[in-house]
Ligand binder design. Structure first.
Ligand SMILES: [Ca+2]
Ligand SMILES: [Ca+2]
Length: 283
């Protein structure tokens, strides 16, 4: 390996290591601290009181059963422990729950949400029955795209949809994983692919979607770029029925290196590489 090649490889390796996102934990919930039939508490925002309104979000467990309000909750498909079940048994009702990524009313430039999901029980038809969204920290309008940055549609036949694409989930009532990485800045953002090795570049004001560890949608533009990344939400609509289940929600943030910071890092790496080369020559 000649000097220039070595310098270039060292710089590339060091720079990619330095510039890759280090994820910092934000809010998470495995729902295991709640009792069967509860609504999740803490930072969770819920629409309805924990009663049978025909649409709600309630904690189920590995056995399922009838909750104190007379609603049958299916068993968690995610193994042992609790999961959160969104039921919507009436056209006129909605189920809606959301949680802020951070405390207070904070928003973040970059947010990643990873969780298990299942369509729980399929409802007939192909209607768009609900949405998964990222929205601002104080928004509780989870169904309207104008209030969303990230917007992923849920369909009755077990399909996920987004601007410009969709995915029919195979075995939709089984257990699956979803990862969403959202970039709320006006610059590209690079991170190590959640699908394994390699670097992914995510465009400004857009998100990547992984299902079962596979990148199924890259750099999907935010529905409304000005909406900040403050809250994760799921809603099922009035006007349709549909069911959904999640578990093991984990959210993270990281920072985008500033151009000045990257330039300083590059200078440092080049300097160190030159030093290494000089020492090698002396051997
Ligand atoms: Ca759980
Ligand atoms: Ca409904």
């Amino acid at each position: 390996m000649d000097k220039k090649t070595l310098l270039l490889s060292l710089s590339t390796i060091a720079l990619s290591a330095l510039c890759q996102a280090q994820w910092t934990d934000l809010v998470s919930d495995d729902f295991n601290s709640y009792s069967f039939g509860d609504q999740p508490g803490g930072n969770w925002y819920n629409t309805n009181a924990p009663s049978n309104t025909g649409g709600n979000d309630n904690v189920t467990n590995e056995e399922g059963g009838t909750n104190p309000y007379g609603v049958t909750l299916p068993a968690s498909v995610f193994g042992s422990g609790n999961a959160l079940y969104f039921y919507d048994l009436s056209d006129s009702q909605i189920a809606r729950a959301g949680i802020n990524f951070g405390d207070n009313s904070q928003s973040y430039d970059i947010v990643r949400a990873s969780f298990d999901f299942s369509f729980a029980q399929l409802t007939s038809g192909t209607s768009n029955f609900g949405t998964i969204c990222f929205t601002s920290a104080d928004t509780d309008a989870f169904s309207g795209g104008t209030t969303h940055s990230v917007h992923i549609s849920l369909f009755n036949d077990g399909k996920l949809g987004w601007t410009g694409g969709n995915l029919s989930v195979s075995d939709p009532t089984g257990a699956h994983t979803m990862d969403i990485v959202a970039n709320g800045t006006d610059s590209n953002f690079s991170y190590t692919s959640l699908a394994g090795s390699g670097s992914v570049t995510l465009s400004a004001y857009s998100f990547d979607l992984y299902v079962d560890g596979v990148l199924v949608a890259a750099s999907v533009g935010f529905t409304t770029p000005s909406v900040e990344l403050g809250r994760f939400g799921i809603v099922t609509f009035g006007g349709t029925e549909g069911e959904f289940m999640i578990d093991n929600l984990e959210t993270y943030t990281t920072t985008v290196p500033e151009p000045a910071e990257s330039a300083a890092l590059l200078a440092l790496v080049v300097g160190l590489s030159a030093l290494v080369l000089r020492r090698r020559r002396k051997l």
